[in-house]
Design a protein around this ligand. Structure first.
Ligand SMILES: Nc1ncnc2c1ncn2[C@@H]1O[C@H](COP(=O)(O)OP(=O)(O)OP(=O)(O)O)[C@@H](O)[C@H]1O
Ligand SMILES: [Mg+2]
Ligand SMILES: [Zn+2]
Length: 694
């Protein structure tokens, strides 16, 4: 046979690997955050056969191929033998949803999107994290003739995605630099022979001419461009290779393209449409609300202690993600939680690839693992039972924050998004923007992102109204955020604001000095310290005139003034200066309304937020016991197959089994998440578990 493999393009990098990360800063809580950890130097991935010229004659279609996906999966137990496609192309989307995925109904726009793409239309899909974007291209790929090509920057997750599809009987594979040449060739042959329903590739691979001419020799059902916001140059995940994806339109004008993202601002939406040349696409903008997630934002005090109390008080034993900005904070927080008896692991770009992969794998496979991470962690991970997402540093944008919090509660069960933020966050982030290398327009943009985030933190209204409003969606008070549950009071902070501003002005005018918040608060509270003595600050006219407020109240005032643009922090030390707007406050032309920081936020647990114990809340005692048995069976099965438990079955399926107690194979048809393949693989075993319990 004259088969020659397609030469390797430049090796892909992990999605975050476009910019070298800043070096880790000195060990302080103020260490500059990282956002793009380094990828791993590709190994064993040298270009193959450099003199290879792709040509039609290299491929002999009649050649029979042995096992088609056998060496692709870490999970041979779930693979069945070579067979013709079990998904005839004349089935419609709904039927595929039932038979393959075992789901009863499409969610939201899924049905309309699937129908549109099956019919050959282009689509732009904006759907929240965990909303169910994957089915929007997976089902059309199964129904349309040929292979669905999925562009995804998430190389580390391709294996899990393929495993999950294989488990439901879909013929899926990926091509990336983690594979050896032989495996890649096998995948390429499978594609050309028409033996694949879905093929995942990284964007840099697809941008190479060799890959494109290889693909043009097979039959393409559609192109799915996942995480499409990576095409946005000003967005937080920009990937240059996404820009080349516009060429797909020229090369394959008749192949439908579907771009999907969980980033929903109007600006990103327009950018995706233009840059990917999706001018004829239909646009599907979903409801972005995730009602099962409770949003809470608390003022930072002893942040690690607050975090520990939050987790142990409300989410003991639950899986969760804690986000911090710097590696150093990540490490120390993970240590602290571990020392306090929690199962917490650090994850950041400074860790080697093996450690990161193990951590991700434990998070996916074991129950109740907490990952403390930089934002390098979590994109595209489909772990359904993450019960909380905590931020212990202020996120840089509302988009990023909403995407990160959206990783909680993908299964629809009650979950919490908890954020602690304080004055230091504001000062630090302003400084980082000032020092950032980009041009002025870039810095302005970052500032605008930060302002929106601060406005969300300081709002006295429903958080969800603000969040959804940011994405252009209007809504009413949600009843499931901290400001709805415990409405914050506001107070007139004009006089304290004037006192504070006046202190800044006097120090500057009378002494040519600038200070940060700490010293200014000490002056106002008349606090004798070595520093106030050294500078003889007790002779300033405002000395001691603010003793009526506690230090933490003052910090709340300053934080909110910064957020409202009544103060500006400058330079490395975060010294404070007045702004144009503060002139109006000093002149008495503008009042300052502030939010009263609760002394200690304690949100009453509504029924929506009741902790979900192992058996979940509404299960009866008997069903709870069955659920536990099913979970034990699932762990064993998943371990034997080497896949995450949720790839076997999600909690929702087990709960329904525990309540419905089916006793025959036919009874399994109505259970969510049980399609034809899973029924065949696990049906008998489930029935045995259920019957042995009676
Ligand atoms: N119609 C449906 N019925 C039941 N479950 C569904 C349905 N559609 C999707 N799901 C489940 O919802 C979960 C999230 O889906 P998916 O991974 O596609 O989310 P996503 O929109 O791609 O999110 P992200 O932005 O994080 O990538 C999956 O576990 C999936 O099985
Ligand atoms: Mg996804
Ligand atoms: Zn609300």
């Amino acid at each position: 046979m004259s088969w020659t493999p397609v030469p390797e393009p430049e090796p892909e990098r992990e999605w975050w690997n476009d910019a070298p990360p800043p070096e880790d800063a000195p060990p302080s809580e103020d260490a500059p955050p990282e956002d793009r950890p380094p990828g791993d130097a590709p190994t064993g991935d040298a270009p193959l056969e450099a003199d290879y010229v792709p040509s039609e004659s290299n491929y002999v279609p009649s050649e029979p191929f042995a096992s088609n996906t056998g060496d692709l999966s870490s999970n041979p137990a779930l693979l069945t033998s070579t067979r013709p496609s079990q998904f005839p192309s004349d089935t419609d989307g709904r039927e595929t949803l039932h038979r393959v995925f075992g789901f009863e109904e499409f969610r939201g726009d899924q049905g309309a999107i699937v129908e549109h793409v099956i019919a050959g239309g282009d689509a732009v899909v904006l759907m929240p994290t965990g909303g169910g974007k994957s089915l929007c291209y997976q089902i059309p790929s199964l129904v349309r003739p040929g292979t669905g090509i999925v562009v995804s920057p998430l190389i580390a997750l391709m294996q899990d995605q393929v495993d999950a599809l294989t488990a439901v009987g879909v013929r899926a594979a990926f091509l990336n630099s983690t594979q050896d040449a032989a495996t890649r060739s096998a995948v390429e042959r499978d594609y050309l022979a028409g033996n694949l329903d879905l093929l995942y590739v990284a964007p840099e691979r697809l941008s190479s001419e060799a890959t494109k001419s290889f693909l043009s020799r097979g039959r393409i059902a559609l192109f799915a461009i996942d995480e499409a916001h990576c095409v946005s140059q000003w967005g937080h995940d920009f990937r240059p290779d996404y820009l080349t994806l516009s060429e797909l339109a020229d090369r394959w004008p008749d192949v439908p393209r579907i771009a999907l993202t969980a980033t929903a601002t109007e600006a990103t939406h327009i950018e995706i449409t233009e840059r990917l040349r999706l001018d004829r696409a239909r646009h599907f903008v979903s409801d972005f609300d995730r009602p099962n997630i409770q949003y809470r934002i608390v003022p930072k005090a002893d942040v690690r202690g607050q975090l520990l109390r939050f987790i142990t008080g409300e989410h003991a034993g639950d899986a969760g993600i804690v986000y911090a900005l710097s590696r150093n904070t990540v490490e120390r927080t993970a240590e602290y939680l571990t020392a306090n008896g929690l199962n917490a692991l650090p994850y950041h770009a400074g860790l080697d690839a093996g450690t990161r992969a193990r951590t991700q794998s434990r998070f996916l496979r074991e129950d109740g693992v907490i990952v403390v991470a930089t934002i390098a962690f979590g994109m595209g991970i489909d772990k359904p039972d993450v019960r909380f997402v905590a931020h212990i540093d202020l996120p840089k944008s509302v988009e990023g924050y909403y995407q990160e919090t959206g990783r909680a509660g993908r299964d629809g069960m009650p979950s919490t998004a908890w954020l602690a933020y304080g004055l230091g966050d504001v000062v630090q982030q302003r400084r980082m923007i000032d020092e950032s290398p980009g041009d002025l327009a870039h810095r302005r943009r970052q500032s605008a992102h930060l302002d929106a985030m601060l406005a969300l933190c300081e709002t006295v209204h429903c958080r969800r109204i603000d969040l959804l409003g940011y994405f252009g969606q209007s809504s009413g008070p949600c009843g499931n955020c901290d400001t709805c549950l415990v409405p914050p009071e506001s107070w007139d902070g004009t006089v304290p604001a004037q006192k504070f501003l006046s202190t800044i002005v006097r120090l500057q005018r009378e002494r040519g000095q600038k200070f940060g918040a700490g010293q200014l608060i000490d002056i106002l509270r008349g606090k004798q310290t070595p520093r106030t003595e050294q500078h003889r600050h007790d002779t300033i006219a405002t000395w001691g005139i603010g003793a009526d407020l506690s230090e933490s109240q003052w910090r709340g005032v300053v934080r909110q003034m910064l957020a409202q643009g009544l103060l500006r922090s400058e330079g490395e030390y975060g010294t404070l200066a007045i702004t144009d707007a503060s002139g109006q406050v000093l002149g008495g032309e503008r009042t300052v309304t502030l939010r009263r920081d609760p002394e200690r936020v304690r949100v009453a647990k509504s029924s929506r937020t009741a902790p979900t114990g192992t058996a979940g809340e509404e299960l009866s005692a008997a069903a709870g016991e069955l659920f536990d048995r099913l979970r034990a069976w699932r762990s064993e099965t998943a371990r034997a197959a080497g896949v995450p438990a949720y790839i076997v079955f999600g909690d929702a399926t087990l709960r329904q089994l525990a309540t419905a107690r089916p006793s025959a194979m036919t009874d399994l048809d109505g259970i969510t998440g049980i399609g034809a393949k899973k029924k065949e693989s696990y049906g008998q075993a489930i029935l045995e578990v259920l019957s042995s319990a009676t």
